[in-house]
Write a protein that binds this ligand. Sequence first.
Ligand SMILES: [Fe+2]
Length: 200
Amino acid sequence: MSIHQLGRSSFGDPANAGKLMTIQEAHQLLEAWVPNERLRLHMKQVAAVMKAWAIEREGADEQTALKWELAGLLHDADWEKSPNDHCRIIIEELERHNIDPDVIHCIASHGPRYFGVEPVNSMDKMIYMFDELSGFIHAAALIRPTRYEGLDPKSILKKLKTLNFAAQVNRDDITDAQSRIDTPLEEIIQFVIDHQKDVA
Ligand SMILES: [Fe+2]
């Protein structure tokens, strides 16, 4: 598998600002494109955390919270069907459906090192932050007998320093993402735990 830089910095049409799909439509797209249940769960978890952050930390209204949720839910939608064109395929699909450019740019900026698109606004920065962290925390919860119950953010911080645990999670990306926002990592980890633990 290789990931290609997108080679563009502008996404969607500004005339489509405010045009979104419903969360049900996004779930249908996921069902159609992502047979892997584990990967679908990852996207649902990132969506739940994004939506919660928008509402609780950014004071977002319903429409804005839906943008955050849609970006989270669809950010890896093409991963399974087109690993060699990951990100480009879902971006083009959303452009074809005239979706709000904010949602598309957010998805495009979820891995700046891979896709070559820098996170600009808070929604972009948080998807980058939550993406790797969410998967890492879930991996850490799965190996505990009580799963999320009593999971301490400090133990996650410790595991991040244990490089052979969930080795595929790039620690540099987590450090880089955190350096772009004001919230301490431990607080973000607690937020992720609280908002993804019940996602099924
Ligand atoms: Fe992801």
